[in-house]
Structures are given as structure tokens and as C-alpha cells.
Design a protein around this ligand. Sequence first.
Ligand code: SAM
Length: 278
Amino acid sequence: MSLDAHRHKKQLGQHFLSSPGVVEKILRAIDPKPGEFIVEIGPGAGALTFPLLRAHGALTVIEFDRDLVEPLAIEGAKHGRLTVLHRDVLQVDFARLGQGHDIEGPLRLVGNLPYNISTPILFHVLAHAGAVRDMHFMLQKEVVERMAAAPGGKVYGRLSVMLQAVCRVVPLFDVPPGAFTPPPKVDSAVVRLLPKPAAEIGVLAPARFEQVVAAAFQQRRKTLRNALSAVCGEEAIRAAGIDPGTRAEQVPVQGFIALANHLAAATPERRADDGASP
Ligand code: SAM
């Protein structure tokens, strides 16, 4: 089957870019340089893939739809060195992807993500942030707003805190539904994510941090004293410099990090090998 004959699969979030102007803007934002290892998530019919391949010469893509794999490889060979991985991106170990490649530095991730699983993809990629130099993703505009939100507003939540703890989040530009075939029901936006150097992050106990943030926002209308009652007492909240009477949406990212670090220092996370002890 050719790429032109491909029938869109709604369950895979297939809204293909059909605006050369938007593709050009994304390419300019990525600004590929020779020697970089660039990986595209969800190439679809190649709207971004082939122009990127022509600009950069080599590209690795991860596509879940079996029907697209062979046509992509055939068409890609006309534009540059394309490696097509038929994989579920949620199963890809990005830390190992670059091994054996003749590459310079950490990888650059790009993609017009399938919106139905964009949050799991973001969390999966975050777990490998140390292997990633930067990311340029097209997402639902509303998701980008949540990712970049500052404390104090309604859209500031778990996604904002978890992402901003490890990345700089830079919204770049909005994209209307008409730029895709078929058009999605929502507006879209392109965002740049820049993982922070490990020394800058400051989260000492990632599992504790995740637990605190999830609990705080699960009942976001409650005060932290109540929302976190199963996780810690109000003395711990106060010790981290936070008023227990505030709500999660008022607490800056650094506040959650301080609280998780304080709790971890008081009751250290079990090490993986602790289970072997009697
Ligand atoms: N990049 C293309 C474009 O802009 O025209 C297609 C973008 S489309 C929004 C999302 C793409 O992600 C589709 O090609 C879809 O098949 C693919 N996809 C969906 N779920 C996936 C998964 N779990 N792993 C890898 N790719 C996936």
C-alpha cells in the first residue's frame, strides 16, 4: 500500500499535518544541525519526516501503525537515511536508542503526537530525560497550557509540576485544526521542552515526589493539610516552608520538591535491594 492510499486510523490519533507552512515553522524551530541524533515519534505519512530528512540527511522514526512502516521506508529512501522502527513509543527505552549509532550527544525528539496518549508519552519520555537534549512536540493547545502553567491558576496541576521539575517548558506557536487531515476537534500548539541538567533538578527521591504531587492534586479543592493527610502530617508541610492551609494550585514547583525531599530525609525510600533483608 502507498502512503497516499493510507486510511486514517482514529484510534491511533491519526491527524496528519497538511500545511506546508506549519511544517516549515516546526523545522525552523527544530533547526537541525549535522551530526545530531534526531528521533521522530509517530511519523504517520511523513508530512514532517521527509522535509526533516531532506534538511538533516538522517532520521530515526518510531511508528506503531504496521501499515505505514514499509511505505515510509520506501519513500524515505528517496529523501535520506531513514530508520523506521515499528514500535509502541511507550515501550521504547530512549536511553538505549542511541547506542551503536555514530552520534553526537543526547538525542533530539520531535513529533506531532497522537493526542489520545500524549500525557503517557510525556511521562514516559520524562523518565528518560537524561538521554534527551530537547523535544519539539505538537500537542493539544490545552495540554500545552497545562504543561506551561504557573501556580495560582486553574490549569496548574500535576502535569505542570512534574514537567517543570525536570524541564524548561517553552510554548512556541498555536496551530489551527485546518492544518491537519482530518482536522481534530481542538486547537493545537507546538512546545519545546528542554531537560534541565541533573544538578539543577534537586528532586532527591523521585517516587516520593511523584506521590506527593499526585496526592496534592487528586483533591485539588482541599487544603494541603487535608489532601496530604494520608502522606504526611502538617508539621512536615510547614517544615518545607508551605502553609498547610493553602491548596496545591498555589504551591510552586520548588515547594513540592522541598516537601518531598523533607519527607524522604525523614523516612528514606526503600532501596531496590532492601526487599532481600529479613
Ligand atoms: N507526524 C505525522 C503528521 O504530522 O502528519 C502524523 C502525526 S499523527 C497525530 C500521530 C502518529 O502517531 C500516527 O502516525 C500514529 O499512527 C502514531 N502513533 C499512535 N500511537 C503510537 C504509539 N503508541 N507509538 C508510536 N506511534 C504511534
